[in-house]
Design a protein around this ligand. Structure first.
Ligand SMILES: NC(=O)c1ccc[n+]([C@@H]2O[C@H](COP(=O)([O-])OP(=O)(O)OC[C@H]3O[C@@H](n4cnc5c(N)ncnc54)[C@H](O)[C@@H]3O)[C@@H](O)[C@H]2O)c1
Length: 463
């Protein structure tokens, strides 16, 4: 299929779908963005962005300027599209089991409009087997067409890093797999057309781009492929597994450094210094950092999808389970440190004013999904602490309107998110002016010595 004149539908206009839709429009494709949330679409129709992210805002402005982008809640508007990109959430339910409802619903929107030669790409993160076992049967049943023969079904997991001005939807290297050779070729050509990069085969990546990989077995760093490149995987399951496993590798490693942080606490080491030291080794390492907990819609969720698929196939991955438990337990650990330091100054947690800074799951983003903030707040509430909360990016939980108002009168500060405004402000003020006696730096983002010099008790996670 030639790509010229093809029309794109993007289903789900969130952190992944919106910048992707905007990028396709910017690159000249007519794009219909379909989202089930009316408020999101109404904002987009007015040219306003519902996501606070400079890169996404810029891309949206460029898409609007191109006149190629339309947002709608009306699924019939995607009828004459040829390329369907599915970017809906893939959460877990209350039992940490994959919740396939948004993905199945997106398939139901797409299937009635499918014609021979169309391309469907799942960008949402899914467990290996989802496209063949869930997506293909549903699309086939509702369209009476066959994946691989009549239409093409591919998976190209998004790896965008919200809040990161460098690795964006425009340049992050992609992997793609499909249910047929033609499908993977077509999907790779499509992504190369929006990313502007080269296309590789996974075998070429190992053999040509990484000659040292074979000699030393240390050289495979995926970020070394050129910006915006697309790598064809052997199968659609391989592409699914790349994403589910790379995020699980991250989760397990973060859990491990959280363990190292606890070891550092009992051995009276500063884990940040140790990680900086380890980072000087030029191969075979992270760095990964400990903290108050792992959040977001990816690292805190994708390992559960992978675990569920593995368990169903007969193998229970204990290490993934342990990593999830370790990372989910970090808010408790953080509160235990807080309790120790308040004790040292003679304050009970009950009734003591504690300022919690940060709700978002990571620095300078407006996304609170799976943030450790919620668990931490629940524990502190149960202990009857008097809480104040401030986050400039996620305002829904705020009890104060600024960092200063939040910490005014608080005996302790707990940093959940190292937003730059928080780090800047806490680095500048005299903590005595605010009566603060304890700081728990849940992101190890402050100058510990500078704080201790103010006679304030300081503890990070592992420092
Ligand atoms: N957020 C990230 O950093 C990130 C990075 C890489 C991959 N991913 C993956 O991408 C997928 C999407 O994540 P996200 O962060 O963009 O989610 P999101 O919640 O920000 O966006 C999803 C959008 O889809 C809409 N939606 C839900 N069901 C729909 C349906 N049936 N039809 C139309 N619209 C529907 C929602 O209203 C929402 O606007 C997930 O699988 C996630 O794991 C996310």
């Amino acid at each position: 299929m030639s790509l010229s004149g093809k029309k794109v539908a993007v289903v789900g206009l969130g952190y992944v779908g919106l910048p992707l839709a905007a990028l396709c429009a910017k690159k000249g494709y007519p794009v219909i963005g379909l989202d089930s949330k009316t408020t999101t679409v109404e904002l987009l129709q007015k040219g306003q962005c519902h996501i606070r992210d400079e890169v996404v805002e810029r891309l949206l402005a460029e898409a609007i300027a191109s006149s190629n982008f339309t947002a709608t809640t009306d699924a019939s508007r995607i009828a004459d599209c040829n390329i369907y990109l599915i970017c809906v959430p893939t959460p877990v339910d209350a039992n940490n089991e994959p919740d396939l409802a948004p993905l199945e619903s997106a398939c139901r929107f797409v299937a009635p409009h499918l014609l021979k030669g169309d391309l469907v790409v799942v960008e949402s993160t899914v467990f290996p087997g989802t496209c063949e076992e869930v997506v293909a049967p549903l699309l086939e049943k509702l369209s009476s067409l066959h994946a691989g023969d009549d239409f093409y079904l591919a998976h190209c997991p998004e790896r965008v890093n919200p809040g990161d001005p460098f690795w964006t939807s425009e340049n992050i290297p992609r992997v793609v797999g499909a249910t047929s050779d033609e499908g993977v070729d077509l999907a790779a050509r499509f992504y190369a057309s929006i990313l502007g990069g080269d296309i590789f085969d996974v075998r070429d990546v190992k053999q040509s781009l990484y000659p040292k990989f074979r000699e030393t077995e240390y050289g495979l760093h995926i970020s070394q492929v050129p910006l915006g490149s697309v790598t064809r995987m052997h199968s659609i399951r391989d592409a699914e597994a790349v994403k589910a496993m790379e995020n699980t590798v991250r989760d397990v490693n973060i859990a491990f450094v959280n363990e190292l942080a606890k070891i550092s606490d009992v051995l009276e080491l500063d884990v940040v210094d140790i990680i900086d030291g380890m980072a000087t080794k030029p191969f075979g390492k992270g760095p990964f950092y400990p903290g108050v907990g792992v959040g977001g819609h990816c690292i805190a969720v994708d390992p559960e999808w992978l675990k569920a698929a593995s368990k169903k196939a007969g193998y229970m991955p204990e290490m993934i389970q342990l990593a999830r438990m370790t990372n989910n337990g970090m808010p408790e650990y953080t509160v235990s440190i807080l309790q120790d330091l308040l004790n040292e100054r003679g304050y009970p947690i009950k009734g003591t004013r504690i300022a919690v800074l940060g709700v978002a799951y990571k620095r300078n983003v407006d996304d609170p999904r799976e943030s450790p903030f919620f668990k931490l707040r629940e524990i502190l509430h149960k202990k009857s602490a008097a809480l104040s909360v401030f986050d400039r990016w996620v305002t829904s939980e705020n009890t104060a309107q600024s960092v200063d108002e939040c910490i005014e009168g608080a005996k302790a500060i707990v940093i959940v998110t190292e937003h730059s405004d928080v780090v800047d402000r806490l680095s500048k003020i005299d903590l005595h002016d605010f009566d603060v006696e304890v700081i728990i730096d849940g992101r190890n983002c402050l100058d510990s010595e500078a704080i201790r010099r103010q006679n304030v008790l300081y503890r990070g996670i592992g420092r």
